[in-house]
Design a protein around this ligand. Sequence first.
Ligand SMILES: Cc1cc2nc3c(=O)[nH]c(=O)nc-3n(C[C@H](O)[C@H](O)[C@H](O)COP(=O)(O)OP(=O)(O)OC[C@H]3O[C@@H](n4cnc5c(N)ncnc54)[C@H](O)[C@@H]3O)c2cc1C
Length: 493
Amino acid sequence: MSYKLCTEKDFEAMIGIVGKEFATNNKAITAGYLAKAIMGLESQIPDIVVRPKYVEEIRKILIYCSAEKIAVSPISGGLSGGFACPTIRPGGVVLDLGRMKRIIEIDEDNRFCVIEPGVTNGELWAYMHKNHPDWAPPIPDGAPPAATVMGDAIDRGFSLYTSSVGPQGDNFMCGEIVFPNGDVVRTGSWALPFAKPFYKYGLGPDMWSFLMGSQGSFGVITKAAVKIYPHPKHKTVVVWGMSNPYDMQDLTLEVGKKEFGISHHTVMVQGGNYQLVMTRWPKDKVPHDYEFYEGMGISPWWMNWEIWAQEESELNHVIETIDKQAEDFKKRAKDPDALKKQELHPKQIASRMKKPNKIAIPYSFWEAGFLFITWYTPWNECAHFCDMYTKAAEKHGLPPTIWVASIERCRQAICMPIIGFDSTKQSDFERVQDLNRETTEYALKQGWLNYRPDPYIHIQAYYQAGMYWKYLRAFKKLVDPNMIMHPGRLALP
Ligand SMILES: Cc1cc2nc3c(=O)[nH]c(=O)nc-3n(C[C@H](O)[C@H](O)[C@H](O)COP(=O)(O)OP(=O)(O)OC[C@H]3O[C@@H](n4cnc5c(N)ncnc54)[C@H](O)[C@@H]3O)c2cc1C
């Protein structure tokens, strides 16, 4: 499959659609998009950046690029770490949707809001805080405030209450999509012109779910209705520390299975190892030995339960139940003596409660480069994953930093090794890719799934799931006949 290098005539055509102010081929600006590509090691510079505002502009751009065989990569916030950048050369057109910023509707009774792709986490959070303070939108817990809710859903990420309500994709009800064949399609109940976006499965079968995880490779989503949830006043974080990932996994599962009345209140259940603290600081400025962190009262592994409740009595009941469960779990733990409650300073709790938080951004301090390699496993296999990955990272001379969170009350785990490396060294890139390749081969054999497949390494998953991939290709052919959308993503040309 080959794509056309954009010419001056193509640039003029883009200006004709969006106006001179909103299309550029200025090298300083096009290269600037690559600066966000901290996690997409294979990202390329686009030839043209176009910033449309209206659905009809997007339709015209896609029809033009399809006819001319120019690659198109859509970006909402562009902060998925380079996964929105082109993966091939020529890079073609980047469609920056950052000007589509309307928060169109908030419906407190049906509990949804309708947003455009450029609405950032920070903007939606601030808007709701000011105008609908009793409601919280599904912003991703650790993603930067300038990333978007839409980008996170398309990536199938996780929100600030994922541990209670499920993956981010589940929070999306209905969408409006422009396909390169020129069609504008509305999904779910929105398929009927006068229906509210109240029912995701609409006329059925559900087409919207096909776009979750699509990474911009089918079409451009221009509107979506997302669920909102109550934002109660009574909140806190409970933490238990332990010496190993198996005790972390098993205790958390016991709490997770207490669904009604307990784990429905635990909105974010996340843990990991002590390296999570260490690798958020410049490498040469902090001690690397565990003894230092032990002295600060940090356990080798731990689990946080962030709890939201309508009443204080309800909050206290959930805290007491978790603590009682942890005490009881000592009878079954691998290392009962290491199981300890960690008391947090009120400032630590307050900083956890602040949303959108900026907790993940400092990983770039360690050695400038970082890569989140995220996998989904059944919850009761996450300790096996942690064990395997920490050993593999150490073998490759990389810090074995692991973050784990529960999705939907421990039905699944999101396991995220955070690989800190020196992005200025070619040899470091190779070490990271070797680790990634080796662990991917192992993980696929266990039946684990990659969150955001990169076009070279995790893509093996699609080759192994050949029949599924055949239908992905068929759907793409239908909506994107010239295969212009984000070539390389999902192993599609
Ligand atoms: C420091 C840091 C912390 C993070 N923490 C979290 C976290 O806590 N939870 C989490 O889930 N994720 C997290 N992420 C991952 C990522 O930032 C989020 O998924 C984020 O919300 C992506 O949003 P975005 O608008 O920047 O997406 P983008 O980068 O714009 O896009 C993401 C993908 O979707 C495609 N796309 C974007 N918009 C459209 C559209 N309108 N139509 C079709 N395709 C589109 C893009 O091509 C790309 O493949 C983190 C990332 C970083 C860098």
